[in-house]
Write a protein that binds this ligand. Sequence first.
Ligand code: GTP
Ligand code: MG
Length: 160
Amino acid sequence: VEQSYIMVKPDGVQRGLVGEIISRFEKKGFVLKGLKLFQCPKDLAEEHYKDLKEKSFFPGLIEYITSGPVVCMAWEGDGVVASARKLIGATNPLQAEPGTIRGDLAVQTGRNVVHGSDSPDNGKREIDDKLITPFLSVALWFKEGELCEWESVLTPWVVE
Ligand code: GTP
Ligand code: MG
């Protein structure tokens, strides 16, 4: 089943938006498979955002992501990657639709409160890199044993 790596960024944690953000994914009907509060080290932030390395805002982005604890989550469900990005809204919160997390709760691209994987492959890479490189034990955001394999009793009421 598809998984998306969703992360409440340091501004979301500082602003007390953790519960609100988790609640939106719970209410939608996705299943939480991993959750932790975590101080992101610089090298992990750089690896996570490596595709943006050449951007002028990259140093500021790394400073932002490592500036305080983040909440790391693995959410599971059919179509969760694309759906989560819709729930999160546009990168620039001023362009994000009302009703989305960024549309409702943020104003600046550099303080947009939440991250969501942009493809199912990146979802896997961000949650548990071992799924892609079985011989390399380089988990990105979750280590072995940090994800829970469980079935929600609500699933039959959410998916037919
Ligand atoms: P993520 O879910 O965090 O990956 O956001 P995204 O997929 O909507 O955007 P993208 O991957 O292109 O950029 C990653 C993050 O870099 C954004 O969420 C912003 O926090 C930051 N970022 C992107 N563009 C800018 C920019 O022009 N200025 C600043 N200050 N930050 C930016
Ligand atoms: Mg992105």
